[in-house]
Design a binder for this molecule. Structure first.
Ligand code: HEM
Length: 446
C-alpha cells in the first residue's frame, strides 16, 4: 500500500468489490468502491464521515482555513460565499484568461521546437491559476510566486504520505523551506489585496470577487484582519487546489490523445471547424463537444485527483450490508471505481465515445466522479472545464504535435495528482495566426 497505493487499491477492489478493508500499521482503512456506498458516505450519512484530521493537519499550515481544510458551519458559509465569487457570468473572463496565457506560451515556442507537453501544461496551468486568482500576469513576479506555491504544496504532499509526524526541530530544512514559501505567498497575496482595495475597478479576478463578497461582512462590522486572513486562505486554496489537478488532467489528455491518431485528427478537425484561424473564444465552448468528450474520458481513465481526501468515521455506522467502525478511515478513489468493469465495460480502453450523446446515459449514476461527489465536490469544476477546454482549443488551433514513436507511456508518477512519469515529449510546429483577430497580448482584464 505504501509503495504503490494506486495498484494496491485497484487490486483489492477488483478482488472484493464494493467494500474492502485492511490495516495500515494499526489504522483500520475501508476502501469504498460502489456508487451507492460512495453516495452514502459523501451525501446521505455525511455527518458520520468527516475529512481526516490526520491529513488536514499537514495541509492547514499552508492553506490555512480555506474550503479544503475547514469544516462545519465555517465551511458551509465559506462555500456559499465562494460559489457567489465563481458565478456563471465570471466564467467568460476565466476562459479568456486561459486563451491569452496559452497564446503567450505558444509565442515563446517560435515556429518549431521540441517540448515536453506535460511540463509545458504544468507551468501553463500555474500561470493561468495565478492570473485567474490574484490577477498577476505571467512574468518574473508570477514566477517567484509560482515557485513558492510549488514548494509549499510539495511539502504537504510529502507529509500527507508520511506514516509518522516528525516535530519541526527534527526536520529543520523542511521547516525553513515551508516558512520561506509561506512568507512569499503571504507577501504576494497581501500586496494583491492592497492593490485591489486601492483600485477596486482595476480588474475582475477571483480575488476581487472574494473581496467584493466579503465587503458586506466588513460593512456589518467583521474585523478587517479576520476578513483578510479569510480571503488569503481561500485564494491560496484555490490556487493550489486547482493547479495540480488541472496540470495532471491536461498532461494525460495529451498523452492519451496523441497515442490515438484518429482521436487527435478528430480533435484537430473539430477545432478547425469551430475556431478556424482566429483565437478561441469562451462562446466556442458549447461547440467544442468532442474536445470535452476526450477530456471527460481522460479524466475517467486517469483522473488527476485519483483519490478523494480520506474521511474518518465518527461513529459505528452501517454502510449497506457492512459495518464500519468509529475511528476507521474511508478511502474512495475515482481511479479505482472508474476502471471497474461493472460500471465501465472494457475499462482499460481509452474510448471518448463513452461520453457521446448517444452513449453517455449508459454510465451508471455516481460511477464517474473525477470532481468528487456531494456537498464537498469540486467547487472549481466549471472553471476548470472551461479553462482546460480553452487551453486545448488554443493549442490545437495553433500547433501541430508529433510524438516520437514509442515515447508515450501510461506509467504514472504520483504526488497530490497523478502525472505521466515519462512526460509527453513532442515536436511542435506552430502555425502562424491569421493577421485579423488573434490578440496576442495580455493587456486584457476581465
Ligand atoms: C481537473 C481539474 C480538477 C479536478 C480533477 C478536481 C478534483 C477535485 C475533487 C475530486 C475534489 C473533492 C475532494 C474530496 O471530496 O475529497 C475537489 C474539491 C475541491 N476543488 Fe477541485 N479539481 C479540479 C480543479 C479545481 C480548480 C480549478 C479549483 C479552484 C479554482 C478547485 C478547487 C477545489 C476546492 C476549493 C475543493 C474543496 C471543495 C469543498 O470541500 O467544499 N478544483 N476537486
Amino acid at each position: 500500500m505504501r509503495r504503490d497505493p494506486v495498484r494496491y487499491l485497484s487490486r483489492i477492489a477488483h478482488k472484493y468489490g464494493d467494500l474492502s478493508t485492511f490495516l495500515l500499521l494499526t489504522q483500520r482503512v475501508y476502501l469504498v468502491n460502489s456508487p451507492e456506498l460512495i453516495h452514502e458516505v459523501l451525501v446521505r450519512q455525511k455527518e458520520k464521515f468527516v475529512k481526516s484530521e490526520w491529513q488536514m493537519r499537514v495541509i492547514r499550515p499552508v492553506l490555512g482555513d480555506g474550503l479544503l481544510t475547514s469544516g462545519g458551519k465555517r465551511w458551509f458559509d465559506d462555500r456559499r460565499l465562494i460559489q457567489r465569487a465563481l458565478r456563471a457570468d465570471s466564467m467568460e473572463g476565466y476562459a479568456q484568461q486561459a486563451v491569452e496565457t496559452t497564446e503567450q506560451m505558444i509565442a515563446g515556442w517560435g515556429e518549431s521546437t521540441r517540448v515536453d507537453l506535460a511540463d509545458a501544461v504544468t507551468e501553463l496551468s500555474m500561470s493561468v491559476s495565478i492570473a485567474s486568482t490574484l490577477g498577476i500576469d505571467p512574468g518574473p513576479e508570477a514566477d517567484e510566486l509560482a515557485q513558492a506555491v510549488r514548494a509549499g504544496a510539495e511539502i504537504f504532499m510529502k507529509e500527507i504520505e508520511e506514516p509518522v509526524r516528525l516535530p519541526a526541530w527534527m526536520i529543520p530544512r523542511r521547516t525553513r523551506r515551508r516558512a520561506e514559501a509561506l512568507a512569499t505567498i503571504d507577501r504576494f497575496v497581501g500586496r494583491a489585496i492592497a492593490r485591489r482595495r486601492a483600485d477596486p475597478n482595476a480588474r475582475e479576478d477571483l480575488l476581487s470577487l472574494l473581496l467584493s463578497v466579503t465587503a458586506e461582512a466588513q460593512a456589518a462590522g467583521a474585523p478587517a484582519h479576520v476578513l483578510d486572513k479569510m480571503v488569503r486562505d481561500q485564494a491560496v486554496t484555490m490556487m493550489i487546489a486547482g493547479n495540480h489537478s488541472v496540470s495532471g488532467a491536461l498532461a494525460w489528455f495529451w498523452v492519451l490523445a496523441l497515442s490515438r491518431p484518429e482521436v487527435y485528427d478528430r480533435l484537430k478537425q473539430e477545432v478547425r471547424d469551430v475556431v478556424g484561424q482566429r483565437s478561441p473564444e469562451p462562446a466556442d465552448l458549447p461547440r467544442l463537444a468532442y474536445t470535452k468528450q476526450v477530456l471527460q474520458e481522460s479524466l475517467r481513465l486517469i483522473p488527476a485527483a485519483w483519490v478523494l481526501f480520506t474521511r474518518e468515521v465518527t461513529q459505528d455506522t452501517a454502510l449497506g450490508e457492512f459495518q464500519v467502525k468509529r475511528g476507521g478511515w474511508v478511502v474512495m478513489s475515482p481511479y479505482v471505481t472508474q476502471r471497474d468493469p461493472r460500471f465501465f465495460p472494457d475499462p482499460e480502453r481509452f474510448d471518448p465515445e463513452r461520453f457521446s450523446p448517444e452513449r453517455i446515459d449508459e454510465i451508471p449514476a455516481g460511477a464517474y466522479f473525477p470532481f468528487g461527489h456531494g456537498p464537498h465536490a469540486c467547487i472549481g469544476e466549471r472553471m476548470a472545464m472551461a479553462q482546460m477546454t480553452m487551453v486545448l482549443a488554443t493549442l490545437l488551433s495553433r500547433c501541430d504535435f508529433q510524438a516520437d514513436p514509442g515515447s508515450l507511456s501510461l506509467e504514472a508518477a504520483r504526488d497530490l495528482a497523478i502525472r505521466p512519469k515519462q512526460g509527453c515529449p513532442v515536436q511542435v510546429k506552430v502555425r502562424k495566426p491569421e493577421l485579423a483577430g488573434a490578440p496576442m497580448g495580455l493587456a486584457h482584464s476581465f
